[in-house]
Write a protein that binds this ligand. Structure first.
Ligand code: DX5
Ligand code: ZN
Length: 215
């Protein structure tokens, strides 16, 4: 059974406390926090004060996904703002090993995210150092996009590397997740499913989380 990490990018920002409380009472395992800088991705979401505000009410760990350039500049700020895990993009980190160590030293779980075009094999020399690998199943930047089918193959390959080398990182998929693709993703090895629009556009978001979790 996979854990569900609803993305608050799709929440009602004017009712953030209400939506976080809904997640607290739901079957969600994490709260996914999408940070976009308008540079690494063509969209700006929100920053550190909003992360802090979510943390103030959250009773689930914050899974912070940094879609920003030079994320090293802000790792300590996001840890302070409540991040339990901090995921940076492979494509944004020329010194990824240093960045991952930095996150661990701060006391957060380090994760690495891959854009849809980035091969899983590019991570072979860092897989033993990370707690999470996030496979993007859409091009990052916006919620509500269509799931890219090649993701299944990437998940299966990543899982085979994990087994081959005996690593313990979790596999997360983010973008366009819904009950149509969740069962096959879980079968291929996904541990954490991020879902934004499917959860928050549902008439009953807590029920939508339950539905995904029972996939
Ligand atoms: C995309 C973000 C995702 C997104 C997921 O750049 O990283 O977390 O909010 O939203 P849906 O589920 O609507 O694709
Ligand atoms: Zn995300």
């Amino acid at each position: 059974m996979a854990e569900i990490a609803p993305s608050i990018l799709a929440a009602d920002f004017a009712n953030l406390q209400r939506d976080v409380e809904m997640l607290n009472a739901s079957a969600a395992g994490y709260i996914h926090v999408d940070i976009m800088d308008g540079m690494f991705v063509p969209n700006i979401s929100f920053g550190i004060p909003v992360c802090e505000a979510v943390y103030k009410h959250a009773q689930k760990p914050l899974d912070v996904h940094l879609m920003i350039e030079q994320p090293d500049r802000y790792l300590a700020d996001f840890k302070k703002a409540g991040a339990s895990g901090i995921t940076v993009h492979y494509e944004a980190c020329p010194h990824l090993h240093r960045t991952v160590q930095h996150i661990r030293e701060l006391g957060a779980e380090p994760g690495v995210a891959l854009n849809p075009h980035t091969p899983v094999d590019n991570l072979v020399d860092i897989l033993g150092d990370v707690s999470l690998v996030l496979i993007m199943s859409v091009n990052p930047g916006f919620g509500g996009q269509k799931f890219i089918e090649n993701t299944y193959r990437k998940v299966a390959h990543l899982r085979s590397l994990r087994e081959k080398f005996g690593y313990t990182f979790k596999i997360e998929v983010d973008g366009g997740v819904n009950p149509g693709n969740a069962p096959l993703l879980i079968k291929e090895g996904v541990d954490i499913l991020v879902a934004g629009s499917f959860v928050f556009n549902a008439p009953d978001p807590a029920e939508a989380i339950r539905l995904l979790k029972s996939s």
